[in-house]
Design a binder for this molecule. Sequence first.
Ligand code: SF4
Ligand code: SF4
Length: 265
Amino acid sequence: MNGPTLPGHHPSAGRPPAGETDWDAIFRGEFVRRPHCWKTCDSFCCKPTRVTQHFLFLRSRGVDLPHLPGEYHYLETTGHLQAGFADTFTRHRLRLPNGRTMPLYRAVCTLDGTCSDHRYRPLVCRVYPFMPVPTLDGDLERTEPTALIDIFWNALETSGHPCTITEMDADEWDAYRALCRELFKDPVNILYFKAASIYKNTIMDSVRRQYPELLEQPEEIFFSRWEKLLVMGKLYHPGEVLEKIAAVCDGLEARLGRPLALEGT
Ligand code: SF4
Ligand code: SF4
């Protein structure tokens, strides 16, 4: 489940950062950069038909790309949304049991690996395949597979992750960590990344606990059955996930000594 070991990483304790993320700096940098890596995997992260061809109910064309609220506003106001994104953006409200609301921005990308403006591809694409998971203090705790469909590859007995980027060198991790420090200056971003991790790991834990035999199946059978279980609501209880996210929100606010600046609440 976890990504590779992060060389030279020493989490530090303390209050969470309470600044604003410099989105210019985020988009000037590269979390994971391997030019032409798409040639090794038929652009799996942009075109995951190897998995989605086995789905009946979930989208079979395009990739759902969540955006952080700050990221979305930056890309929109600077005119750097990818082609077609403005037409597919949705904004849902996630209501937490502690009374707070998290807006969820998502776009559907059907560019199949041909970003209209590669420098400004979304954050979720920039960190792939290593999604950062921060501590409440904004330190980089670990990485884990970025997409929900990717958290199973390490556990599947018959297939490995189609992404061929499995490691980065020390300099690359240093650059990655520097960008994470910028990203997690804003505690709102900490909340969103921890929420994504909670959601994915709750589903992973449920598969391991309730349906371990699935992990022994070939990937086509695994993903076909997994999709049905997910759609039928067998893999997680929304209320339980929301409780865990609210606990993170409460923890961040307790550390900050003030409410998080969540849009719309
Ligand atoms: S799946 Fe991995 S190797 Fe393939 S294009 Fe995406 S980042 Fe590159
Ligand atoms: S925005 Fe670009 S990198 Fe991201 S999924 Fe679309 S084509 Fe791939």
